[in-house]
Write a protein that binds this ligand. Sequence first.
Ligand SMILES: *Cc1c(COP(=O)(O)O)cnc(C)c1O
Length: 462
Amino acid sequence: MIFHSTRGNDSGKTFEEVLMQGLASDGGLFMPDEWPQVDINHIQHLETFIDVAKYIVPMFTKSSFSDEEVLSLLDSTWHDFSEENFVKIHQLNESNDILELFHGPTAAFKDFGLQLAAAFFNLSLTKNNKTAIVFGATSGDTGSAAIDACKRFDSIKSFILLPEGNMSDVQRKQMTTVDSPNVFTLSIDGTFDDCQSIVKEAFNERPFLKDDQFLLAVNSINWVRIIGQICYYFYASLKISKNNESLNFAVPTGNFGNVFACYSAYKMGMPLNKILVAVNDNNILHRFFSENDYSKKSVAETVSPSMDISIASNFERLVYDFYTERDSSLCKDFYSNFPSTPIKIEDDSWKKSKDLFLSYCVDDFSTVGAMKDIYKEYSYLIDPHTAVASKAVEALKDKLAGKTVVLSTAHPAKFPLVVKNAGLDIKNIPASLSEIFDKKEKIYNFPASKDQIFDFITKNNQ
Ligand SMILES: *Cc1c(COP(=O)(O)O)cnc(C)c1O
């Protein structure tokens, strides 16, 4: 499989090039040249999540790695999960299932994409005798999943910037209590945007990098993360859907990576009825799907912080593939003027959304309400992100024919304050979370100044 940019000026890339480069050189996002097609009859005979991954992942990696290399990598990619089969499906009632994606070491679904990313980073680095620095800013679950996924590889050192902001204590401690010489967590006296601009400058200047060293980003646009997520959609579909009936998937959405993975699975042949895009008060995507208005507003802090975004970076892939039908010059026009000019799709193309997408926006009050309601009715505790999707399903149930799968993206124990304020109790704290409370935090404090941070990285990159 070969890849190209949504904006048309970076193409002919192998999987490995796309993996190590992240963002395309023209500012666009990488896409596969065509959608590989899944044989649904074949997939129905597979048993485990790994069986499915072993069928899906090699469809994207042949331009760089032999199938043997990839199959053996997949045997040890996903690790430290408390579920033997990684994913768990909880049937709530006749028409709704919860796809629990939080049984990994950081208790959020990002372990699926980032553990696969780290495994491929390490494969490429060791084969080419190189090393890498992972550098990124995080306001939620990405940082902890990236740190955890990379810490076991000597080829990779991670430096992660945390703004002092709307992050739960648990989320922070997951990053600051990691006992590995390869991991550095830096607390920045500034906002998430300050951190992002320091990361951007690091990628332009690369002052601390040794020869033969890669600088890798931690963000949601790397194609390899989408691959990891496509696997669980096929797996869920195989386990839940009888006789190939089409399912609905309700996805709590921030950067649109998880929704795009669902759309990708659909393009690869997964039977699908509707994708329900569920957002919190940061509702740029709901404004787009309901009014064709994709305009940037400032970020609001909510009880579902991992979805607090002002723009949804992976949405560009949908604009390119679905709305412009792969017209990169049109896609480039939209994005070169964004965000100063909001994106508005030509009416006829925009109307196609209705065939496949539903959207709904859930405020904090209703999010907490959904946590309480679900608990009351089913004695089942969901986290605030899952609650956003769950509430959206309830609100739009008349438009959802057949079964609906709600993606549960985080364990409720990651957000103990929200749970407590809802008057609910967490009964089972995953071991990976309970143990961080006794560990000492290691964190380096910095002003929002790139020079001091770059110096620190240089010193620790010996
Ligand atoms: C990152 C995250 C989301 C949003 O996922 P996207 O792929 O960015 O849309 C939702 N819930 C949780 C718990 C997350 O960590």
